[in-house]
Design a protein around this ligand. Structure first.
Ligand code: ATP
Ligand code: MG
Length: 444
């Protein structure tokens, strides 16, 4: 049987037997294998699917392992004591082994709505699944990209391909299943996913999959800020932030996620603030590459710094008597509340983000006991890193950054000497620049 999708004709399914593909059980997490085997022994079809299969076929280490099965969520729940049903977007089972969670989803049928629209609330307020269960084939066709719809069958270790995913995988092509525009309208987050996978895998987005993205960015305005926050973290904290950022701007999706930042970028002078944001992305990628922790607070601090700084400057100029820190505080609040309309920023990240900003002017004061006290501050490290970033992009004095680099690394005698020699900074350059005007025009 052949299915016509767009102008493609696809024969289905293609089964790639074990000797003809590279997926070996050695590379699959033991826990995922346990789940697959137990489902199989209980008489249920069970497959590894999604990013796990895709990444294994590409010789990459999967981030996590997702399983698709014919068993209903309740049947899965009954098979695994260590499981629970979750229903954020649709009902599925999470099987927990220590830190590892294996997500087990029941085959879903043809459903046209976006994942989000399928939320239905019961009388008790519980979120319920509104879509019907389906067959393996239907499950394949409702997935996003062909390379994400490959199934590893635990029955015979073959790979099952309904959508031409194997060919696309070999060619390095990211192709939407079905009619791209319709699929983006169903769920606009798929546009962000396209960018994320293209950046992560170095794949080319197929022309027909790419074309509608330029026009449909505005659809992201209808997605909940909390879902977009989650997606933002996946976009920027997966080790490919630089490429992702460039693609997001290319497809004009970045402005939907960070409109204030995009506006600031459009006013750039001498590559600032583009340099600051790009460097923050580079740093993040480098840290991830060597296994260092990264925090959304720092990323958001970099993304939202320039619009906040500009706003604070305007406020400081407009209101006589307002100190820089007061202006910064007010501007930060405004930035956070504006940004929250696009992507939410949980308090546990916005609070440290604002601390990083506020610490910037404290880092300018290098006399007395303050610098030594600052070294002990829990936010010192992140604030210092942020100062480096500003210095590298030309927005803060390089000398100041170098001073702190030396100061924290030297012995206490040297530190005291450095404190003696340090220039006394009462007001920062930034604060001096905008001359305060008396409201009555005095001095004119
Ligand atoms: P990774 O986990 O490496 O980021 P992934 O492809 O596994 O990538 P997940 O978000 O874990 O991505 O989703 C698992 C699978 O579920 C996807 O591979 C895809 O088949 C399907 N899927 C996820 N989100 C969507 C969506 N918005 N529309 C259609 N299918 C989706
Ligand atoms: Mg996954």
């Amino acid at each position: 049987m052949t299915r016509i999708e767009g102008n493609q004709a696809i024969s289905e399914p293609v089964t790639i037997p074990r000797p003809e593909h590279v997926i070996s059980r050695v590379n699959i997490s033991e826990n995922a294998l346990k789940v697959l085997y137990r489902l199989k022994q209980a008489g249920f079809q069970a497959y590894l699917v999604g990013g796990g299969v895709r990444d294994l076929l590409l010789g990459r280490e999967p981030k996590d392992f997702d399983i698709a099965t014919i068993a209903s969520p309740e049947e899965v729940r009954a098979l695994f004591r260590n499981s629970r049903l979750i229903g954020r977007r649709f009902l599925l089972a999470h099987v927990r082994f220590g830190n590892e969670i294996i997500e087990v989803a029941t085959f879903r049928g043809q459903s046209d709505g976006s994942d989000e629209e399928q939320l239905v609330q019961s009388d008790e307020g519980r979120l319920l699944r509104d879509n019907v269960f389906g067959t393996l084939e239907e499950d394949a066709w409702r997935r996003d990209f062909t390379i994400n719809a490959l199934y590893y069958n635990i029955e015979d270790f073959s790979v099952v391909d309904y959508v031409g995913g194997m060919t696309d995988l070999k060619a390095g092509t990211l192709r939407m299943i079905g009619d791209p525009e319709r699929r983006y309208r169903e769920d606009p987050v798929r546009m962000l996913r396209a960018v994320r996978f293209a950046a992560k895998l170095g794949f080319r987005i197929h022309a027909e999959t790419e074309a509608p993205i330029f026009e449909l960015g505005h659809l992201l305005d209808d997605i909940s800020p909390s879902r977009l926050f989650d997606e933002t973290l996946k976009l920027f904290l997966s080790g490919n932030a630089v490429a992702t950022f460039e693609l997001l701007r290319h497809y004009r999706l970045f402005e939907r996620l960070f409109p204030a930042t995009e506006e600031a970028l459009s006013m750039e002078e001498n590559h600032f603030p583009l340099t600051l944001v790009s460097r923050a992305m580079e740093n993040t990628d480098q840290r991830i590459a060597v296994g260092k922790p990264v925090t959304p607070a720092f990323l958001y601090a970099a993304l939202l710094w320039e619009p906040t700084r500009r706003l604070a400057q305007q406020m400081e100029q407009a209101e006589a008597g307002l100190t820089w820190l007061q202006a910064l505080h007010a501007a930060s609040s405004l930035t956070v509340s504006r940004q929250a309309k696009c992507t939410s920023i949980p308090k546990r990240f916005s609070v440290p983000m604002r601390e990083i900003w506020a610490m910037q002017s404290r880092l300018e004061q290098r006399s007395g006991k303050r610098p030594l006290r600052l070294l002990e501050h829990p936010r010192f490290r992140a604030s210092y890193d942020f100062l480096l970033l500003r210095a590298e992009s030309g927005e803060a004095p390089a000398e100041l950054a170098q001073w702190w680099t030396r100061f924290q690394d030297t012995d206490s005698d040297q530190q005291h000497a450095m404190l003696q020699e340090a220039p006394v900074t009462k007001t920062s350059k930034r604060r001096r620049r905008p001359r305060k005007r008396r409201p009555n025009g005095a001095g004119a």
